[in-house]
Design a protein around this ligand. Sequence first.
Ligand code: KG4
Ligand code: ZN
Length: 341
Amino acid sequence: MMMNKPFNILAIETSCDDTSVAIINSDYKVLANINDAQLIHNLYGGVVPEIASRIHMKHIMKLTKSSLNKALINLTNIDAIAVSVNPGLIGSLLVGVSYAKALSYSLNIPLIAVNHLMGHIYANKITSPDLSAPFLALVVSGGHTELIHFKDEQTFTLIGNTCDDAAGEAFDKIAKILRLEYPGGPIIDKLSKKGDLSFHYFPRAFNQQNNYNFSYSGLKTAFSSYIHSQSPEFIKKNIHHLAASAQVAIIEPLVKKTVNYAKSKNIKKIVLAGGVSANSLLRKQIFQKAEKLDIKVFAPPIEYCMDNASMIGAAAIVKYKNNNFSSLDLNPFSTKGTREV
Ligand code: KG4
Ligand code: ZN
């Protein structure tokens, strides 16, 4: 049965190192989206799971209050609680899921479990509420690189996946080799703007037609060997060119495979999702190529590319309308991929 009455969803995202609470209404309007990015992980060059869970615990209640204040509503105006349930760090997910269950139970309102990657895809609905399947989604985040063909909103097929590192992970590792901060993606993106992407050719894996899988470990090794064979002066002088040459080696296969698959199956919509969808070269190249083939590309606004709770709320809207609720014995799980529960 479809529900048509307007409603508000309070959404929680704690799958990795961002604590986020948002309130979104049934028209995909974000009433509040409060994020707390855990900068402490910069000190370690990557996310430390135990620290992440503890910070989520410390901040989640405060962020919920701030979100309600920002939206100018209180808990009695909330009709359902949505939460990221997988994939992610199990301890981090557990904080969000336990908190969501407690809210759902005490307020006696439905609990909605959301796959984090579905959240990234549905972030596009915040600016394009009418976006509908069929479409081809390219999910590129710190942990995933997936090409997914959505035949309708519930039926989807995994077309391609990474065999090793994810695209975001490749950005982070390239940045680490260059002794830049974590997360490396935005820094490499920024440096590349002043660099020559043909400065040095780094390998692109699985270049054959009809191969829709990805691999970035070869690029990482090639980049590392190249950098270690150069002097610190050379690296410093050419940092923009090195960033640009590595960036294009990560981005080019994403663009080529996505557009080729869409073309081969006559899919007219491409949906970008995940942290790497903020990348300026990815956006530029895919928009240019798709336009020539009359394919429309959707990308979330930059603020909704990275982990945030609004996208979890956006993915929960259709579940709410379909009465697709979870019971209080819901448990998070860390299994990778766009698997629904
Ligand atoms: O989706 P996300 O926020 O978290 C996960 O679910 O993993 O993605 C984080 C990833 C990081 O690896 C980060 O370096 C990358 O997204 N990223 C970017 C850019 N902004 C964030 N990569 C390339 N270019 C960017 N502008
Ligand atoms: Zn994410």
